[in-house]
Design a protein around this ligand. Structure first.
Ligand code: NDP
Length: 350
């Protein structure tokens, strides 16, 4: 992690990926640090959040947020420390959530920063107590309307969002079936997180095992992935099932890929089957983007703090050391190599 604290290292978008992103999509640069203008605050990144949505920002395509410019710093939320302030709202030493990206130092407008309350693990503000935790809470309860006694299935079940979805569903009295990549992740979901079952989507028996784990069908399918997993879920959905569409990571590299990054077999046109199931079973499928649900943060934060302190929610981070390792770690996230919420330790001070 050795670096000159007087300089700014930053990871920029070197080229737009065609299909899967590669290490060549990124470039690490060292430049002079930015100077904060009036109304701005200079922040130093302590923790950097790596999230699947960043793959979408590498494409120059219409979406809910603008793309990263070629040569621009990769987008990210960070937990940062104020180094210098040209705003009366922040003082040197304050810990903040900042949209400062994959870099050591950034000059951010004060209005884009959120001062962090005192929490034991500041990096959790990027995960279980922040964006991914809120996503799980809103997606499961507001969009999915999960109720006691129902069966909830969730893919990417040991990841930042999925692991919290399943645990909140257990707290609410649901049967929870996770879907994850590999036996180690599945064991952890059942033994540590308390899921009723977790099915390995890489195993040849995946479809049959999933059906066996859902004897009463599926009432809420929390969609994080798409592709082959969604195809296995659809026949198991119950009348009036709800599908909060949170993410579609299997498609983020362009054409559908398998979880280990290989090319998926050609996708037959199964839209007619999906639409027929939607109609016959009167299902609801609703996409959501979490930044439209900030108003839910206070209720979520109070509930989650309580569950964490009571030991009812467990949280696992996958910590990568050093900004220079962010590209490799991010590519791993898109292939299921992370185990828990992926964060990068950028500076080893708090
Ligand atoms: P995770 O921590 O769950 O990491 C991603 C996981 O996805 C991998 O570990 C892997 O898990 C799984 N995965 C990757 N590629 C594939 C594939 N081709 N097929 C099947 N599984 C794959 O990430 P997050 O919890 O941060 O994000 C989960 C989803 O939620 C993403 O789709 C993300 O875009 C979305 N999201 C949406 C938000 C919104 O506002 N709508 C906000 C936050 C996240 P495994 O090895 O178990 O398969």
């Amino acid at each position: 992690m050795s670096n000159n604290p007087a300089m700014n290292r930053r990871v920029v978008l070197a080229e737009r990926p065609k299909g899967a992103a590669t290490l060549g999509s990124f470039r690490l640069e060292t430049v002079a640090p930015p100077q904060p203008a009036p109304g701005e605050v200079l922040v130093r990144t302590l923790w950097l959040s790596l999230d699947p949505y960043m793959r979408g920002r590498m494409n120059d395509a219409p979406s809910y947020a603008p793309p990263v410019e070629l040569g621009g710093v990769m987008t990210a939320q960070t937990v940062s420390r104020v180094e210098a302030s040209q705003s009366p709202e922040f003082r040197v030493g304050d810990l903040v959530l900042a949209p400062s990206g994959w870099q050591d130092l950034a000059a951010c407008p004060a209005k884009t920063l959120t001062r962090l309350p005192k929490i034991e693990h500041p990096s959790w503000a990027l995960g279980v107590l922040g964006m991914t935790g809120l996503t799980a809470y809103v997606g499961l309860l507001d969009i999915g309307k999960a109720a006691a006694g129902e069966t909830v299935a969730v893919a990417a079940a040991t990841g930042a969002v999925g692991s919290i979805v399943g645990q909140i569903a257990k707290i609410k009295g649901c049967r929870v079936v996770g879907i994850a990549g590999g036996p180690e992740k599945c064991r952890w979901a059942v033994q540590e997180l308390g899921f009723d079952a977790c099915i390995d989507h890489r195993a040849p028996s995946f479809k049959d095992s999933l059906a066996a784990a859902c004897p009463k069908g599926i009432d809420v399918y929390f969609e994080n992935v798409g592709g082959a997993i969604l195809r296995a879920v659809v026949p198991l959905l119950n009348t009036h099932a709800r599908i909060p569409v949170c993410g579609l990571i299997a498609y983020y590299g362009g054409a559908p890929r398998t979880a280990d990054g290989g090319a998926a077999p050609p996708d037959p046109d199964w839209v007619p089957l999906l639409m027929r199931t939607m109609l016959v079973k009167r299902m609801t499928m609703q996409g959501f983007i979490i930044f439209e649900h900030d108003d839910r943060h206070p209720e979520f934060f109070a509930a989650m703090q309580g569950w964490l302190s009571e030991g009812r929610i467990k949280y696992r981070e996958d910590v990568v050391q050093g900004l220079e390792n962010a590209p490799q770690a991010f590519l791993g996230l898109l292939e299921g190599r992370n185990f828990g919420k992926l964060v990068v330790r950028v500076a080893d001070v708090d």
